[in-house]
Design a protein around this ligand. Structure first.
Ligand SMILES: [Zn+2]
Length: 211
């Protein structure tokens, strides 16, 4: 009986293989073993944070904030160039760059490789986790909003993409690549995220190095 079952199983498994039903997960064939792979499979002790509300910039920072810098470095490790965080308050208008909560990730939306890097991050950040928490990584990172390639992804809209046009532009055509955010991804963080107090920063700092 046992022998017969083994034969049946052997036949079944060979059928499965020949039918091509055994598929290799796409990421297993990827040569891009980035730090994101470790993060995606990371288990957190802390629950996922609520979507942060809009917290407008009101103060002027003189020093970089640790969460903003950590996220910026993590992003640049995937490609692109570090575009900086802090900007002087002497220029007009409100910006999270002035209180150290914003990071510019220099990528070129007209370059397919750069676009793929940015889009891969957005897909990962706005994916559900294994518990079904929506936009889990973005919430753990304390992302308040992202602007990239004429689109804005805001926590208060559940990170649904909306068309973005800078207040400095009448039309998209008259708008510079910078104001259209086609030469960089702008990431603004919540106050807690910028200070490195949300779960992604806290637990990443405690996790063993993945290199
Ligand atoms: Zn920016």
């Amino acid at each position: 009986m046992r022998r017969g079952l083994t034969v049946v199983l052997a036949v079944l498994s060979s059928l499965v293989v020949s039918a091509g039903l055994l598929t290799v997960p796409a990421h297993a064939t990827s040569t891009h073993a980035t730090s994101s792979d470790a993060t995606a499979s990371q288990r957190y002790a802390m629950p996922v944070e609520a979507y942060p509300p809009y917290q407008p910039q009101k103060t002027c920072a003189r020093k970089d904030k640790p969460g903003t810098v950590a996220l910026g470095r993590w992003l640049v490790a995937r490609g692109g160039v570090y575009g900086g965080t802090l900007r002087a308050c002497s220029s007009g208008g409100q910006s999270e760059h002035k209180d150290g909560r914003a990071f510019d990730w220099m990528l070129d939306a007209s370059d397919p490789d750069d676009r793929a890097i940015a889009d891969a991050f957005l897909i990962e950040a706005f994916a559900d986790d294994e518990l079904g928490d929506t936009d889990a990584l973005a919430r753990r990172m304390g992302i308040m909003y992202v602007i990239w390639n004429d689109r804005m992804y805001a926590a208060w809209d559940g990170f649904e993409p909306t068309k973005y046009l800078s207040s400095g532009c009448r039309t998209r055509r008259a708008c510079s690549v910078t104001l259209r955010h086609r030469d960089h991804v702008h990431v603004s963080l919540s106050k807690a995220g910028a200070r490195g107090l949300t779960s992604w920063y806290v637990e990443q700092a405690l996790a063993p190095p993945t290199a």
